[in-house]
Design a protein around this ligand. Structure first.
Ligand code: NDP
Length: 490
């Protein structure tokens, strides 16, 4: 065969044997000098990198984002400077709580992380398929995630831990309602929306800031699995969502999402009923309508899963000029947490891995560290200021200062609606859900809460039912009936 390739060691030496180890005579012991034997097995022992603590099971694809509407009055980001502008994207979908080999159809939020390779650097929108989240302060994140993982003694998933935590942390209610609706078990990754979830900002060419929420609306239509279908697929095809995504793209059936934004001025933010930077709340569409911005199409399955999907590293801190952050406490925590996780999982030079590398040139004075593979700045200076490299920190990229309402650091200075965990959760149930969705949500919650066991069972159920009751009386009463629990609101 003319295209035959010679087997080599990793250092490039041609090697003569790939299966039989070198021995002293045909039956003798193995010789240490069979270097390829050692290299092959030693590398195999090092194939696994630390699993992501959350979002471990995921699927990814490359694609294209195209700007379809003029939003230049809100942002000076070059990506959005002209209708028709395009950039390459990489998207990673995931479940949250399960391990790398867990089933794709678990009831769980789905990660929806998009990396836009723009000419001004990478912009990562690292959200979920839900517009809200369980907690509004990242200080709570390790506690919350522990409840979604395994019991320290039994090593089993524990509905008792989950509902104990949710009942003691009622700001989770809105997200719990979404999780236990059928949107908590989407039919693969193509049939779900994605949300930036946090409030972000945009800055225009007049240096004016506006607050923004991002929504990716699926063009395939929302499709969900009911509890029985999701349960069955866990056994039949644990990789259901991965299979669906890969097969659909390979067939040329490219999934698409419309990117829409909601915008809020600083004046509107001051009079908004809730804290606009609270990730447990949405901005009602009627007051803050969706504005189209672009369309995203996924059209390329990465040639190698580990190289691209496993090594993909997204960070909410990765914004571009014209797109900024906000005082959302959860977002502020994630600015630290994501790059920190990547430095642990992939090393200090994780941005040099091809899937993470920006398409634009990078110029800074960070050098050395494990796995430095991009030339390490060559012979250019590794200090600043210097007389040689002409790298300047361009002040025109500075964002306008953010006026603050208060200069007193006091976490307990709260607004009256900060503890309203109920209005939006109730609206979802009463106004948005049809009868079938209501029924399924109730039965999914009953199924979930039936797993609560142990001496605190009744206390946990009573506490959680009180939260449901404050959102909607009928909801709480029907769940109590389903559980056979004698509920009297406190
Ligand atoms: P609207 O009546 O204008 O829209 C309802 C929204 O809810 C739609 O975006 C719909 O998505 C989405 N939706 C439908 N079923 C579910 C579900 N089971 N879980 C999560 N989302 C669902 O809503 P409002 O803006 O007036 O808000 C009412 C409630 O709708 C909110 O309290 C919130 O729970 C929910 N919601 C609101 C969003 C927002 O940004 N305003 C975003 C998502 C949910 P689709 O159009 O794709 O079917």
């Amino acid at each position: 065969m003319k295209d035959k390739k010679k087997l080599t060691t990793a250092s490039g030496r041609s090697y003569y044997e790939n299966e039989d180890s070198l021995t002293v005579g045909p039956r003798g012991p193995v010789l240490l000098q069979d270097y390829y034997l050692q290299e092959k097995n030693a590398h195999f022992n090092r194939e696994r990198i630390p699993e992501r603590v959350v979002h471990a099971k995921g699927s990814g694809a490359f694609g294209t984002f195209t700007v379809t509407n003029d939003i230049t009055k809100y942002t000076k980001a070059k990506l959005f400077s002209k209708v028709g502008n395009k950039c390459r994207v990489f998207v990673r979908f995931s479940t949250v709580g399960g391990e790398k080999g867990s089933a794709d159809t678990e009831r769980d939020p789905r990660g929806f992380a998009v990396k836009f390779y723009t000419e001004e650097g990478n912009w990562d929108l690292v959200g979920n398929n839900t517009p809200v989240f369980f907690i509004k302060d990242s200080k709570k994140f390790p506690d919350f995630i522990h409840t979604q993982k395994r019991d320290p003694k039994t090593n089993l998933k524990s509905p008792t831990m989950m509902w104990d935590y949710w009942s003691l942390n009622p700001e989770s209610l809105h997200q719990v309602m979404i999780l236990f609706s059928d949107r908590g078990t989407p039919d693969g990754y193509r049939h779900m929306n994605g949300y930036g979830s946090h409030t972000f900002s945009m800055i225009n060419d007049k240096n004016e800031r506006i607050w923004v929420k991002f929504h990716f609306k699926t063009r395939q239509g929302n499709k969900t699995l009911n509890a029985a279908q999701a349960e069955e697929l866990k056994g039949k095809d644990p990789d259901y969502a991965q299979r669906d995504l890969v097969e659909s793209i390979e067939k040329g059936n490219f999934p698409k999402w419309t990117l829409k934004i909601q915008v809020m001025t600083n004046e509107q933010a001051k009079t908004f009923k809730w804290n606009p930077f609270d990730i447990t709340k949405v901005w009602p569409h009627a007051e803050y309508p969706l504005i189209e911005a672009g369309v995203m199409e996924l059209n390329e399955v990465p040639k190698n899963y580990f190289a691209n999907v496993e090594q993909a590293a997204f960070a909410p801190a990765h914004t571009v000029n014209g797109i900024g952050l906000s005082p959302d406490k959860m977002l502020q925590g994630r600015i630290f947490a994501y790059p920190d996780a990547h430095r642990y999982r992939l090393g200090a030079n994780y941005e040099q891995i091809p899937v993470n590398r920006p398409v634009t040139e990078v110029s800074h004075h960070q050098r050395d560290g494990f796995m430095n593979v991009d030339g390490n700045g060559g012979d250019s200076p590794n200090y600043f200021p210097n007389s040689f490299d002409n790298i300047e920190a361009d002040k025109s990229y500075k964002e306008p200062p953010l006026p603050l309402d208060s200069n007193i650091a006091d976490i307990y200075d709260r607004n009256e609606n900060d503890d309203d965990h109920y209005t939006q959760a109730g609206a979802l149930f009463r106004v948005v859900m049809n009868d079938m969705e209501k029924q399924n949500t109730i039965s999914n919650i009953v199924g979930g809460m039936s797993g609560i066991t142990g001496p605190k069972r009744d206390e946990i159920i009573q506490r959680q039912l009180n939260h449901f009751y404050k959102a909607d009386k009928e909801l709480a009463e029907k769940i109590a009936r389903g559980l056979g629990f004698n509920f009297k609101p406190d």
